[in-house]
Design a protein around this ligand. Structure first.
Ligand code: NAD
Length: 258
């Protein structure tokens, strides 16, 4: 039987790339995230046609615990199993702590951290009954190190690494692994959107943000590719990675080696 993967926030960027890579490896896909419904339906249909798998879309809002848990139950019921969970949905806001809007703090903690708790809690009984499961949390280099003006994001991503380790320990004898991928900068809408705010917070131009803030952080001086994220996620979901659990894997062009 084909395995089934739920990838949160898979209508754009990294989640979309991971969904495509998992579909290419023969896994049924549940897409999730916001966006234009026609575009999402054509993304879904493309996955089915290109890879011969089944792809569904669930519009669950990652700030709403009931919708999150229902999404997991629906996936397991529809496909007969829920084998792979990729916690990827995330947002960013850039501002100094003393000016950081409370509603942005709450939204970032809910989407980037708490949603992974709710998906994991709902998914584990299904994985345990199958005796096999893979949880991949898309954290960030900001789960390992901080940058100024990203308090909520850095706090949430450090939290994701803690959740990853705890989940790994609680599932270590159940055929389930849980790992975190910690990407450096990947050129997605999330990164594009923070360039103007970072320019404002630091008092520099947008070109200077790309050169002196973003790519300055990465010794390779280049963005991490979406295909690289897909390949790492597929490997972590393979049987070859069954002893990798509780790990935080940087894919950051050497950023956190400094
Ligand atoms: P993106 O903006 O391209 O995609 C974010 C996805 O999350 C979209 O599908 C969006 O619809 C979804 N989403 C946002 N709020 C949601 C909600 N309330 N409910 C459901 N879905 C919601 O961003 P991305 O760069 O692909 O980021 C994906 C993940 O990768 C995030 O967790 C981000 O923190 C992490 N990350 C990104 C980078 C980077 O440089 N792009 C680096 C490190 C980590």
């Amino acid at each position: 039987m084909r395995k089934t993967a739920v990838i949160t926030g898979s209508t754009s960027g990294i989640g979309k790339a991971v969904a495509e890579a998992l579909a290419d490896s023969g896994v049924n896909i549940v897409l999730n995230g916001f966006g234009d419904l026609d575009e999402i339906q054509s993304q879904r249909a493309d996955l089915e046609q290109k890879y011969g798998i089944q792809a569904h879309y669930d519009a669950a809002d990652m700030t709403k615990p009931d919708e999150i848990r229902t999404m997991i139950e629906t996936a397991a019921t529809t496909f007969g199993s829920l084998d792979i969970l990729v916690n990827n949905a995330g947002i960013q806001h850039v501002a100094p702590i003393d000016e950081f809007p409370t509603n942005k703090w709450d939204a970032i903690i809910a989407i980037n951290l708490s949603s992974a708790f709710h998906t994991t809690a709902a998914a584990l009984p299904h994985m345990r009954s199958a005796g096999w499961g893979r949880i991949v949390n898309i954290a960030s280099a900001h789960g390992l190190v901080a940058s100024p003006f990203k308090s909520a994001y850095v706090a949430a991503k450090h939290g994701v690494l803690g959740l990853t380790k705890t989940t790994a320990l609680e599932t270590a004898q159940d055929g389930i692994t849980c790992n975190a991928i910690c990407p450096g900068y990947v050129r997605t809408p999330l990164v594009e959107a923070q360039i103007p705010d970072t320019a404002k917070a630091r008092g520099i131009t947008e070109e200077e943000v790309v050169r002196d803030v973003i790519l300055a952080a990465q010794p390779t001086k280049s963005f991490v590719g979406l295909d690289e994220l897909g390949a790492l996620a597929v490997f972590l979901c393979s049987d070859g990675a069954k002893s990798i659990t509780g790990a935080s894997l940087p894919i950051d062009g050497g950023w956190t080696a400094k």
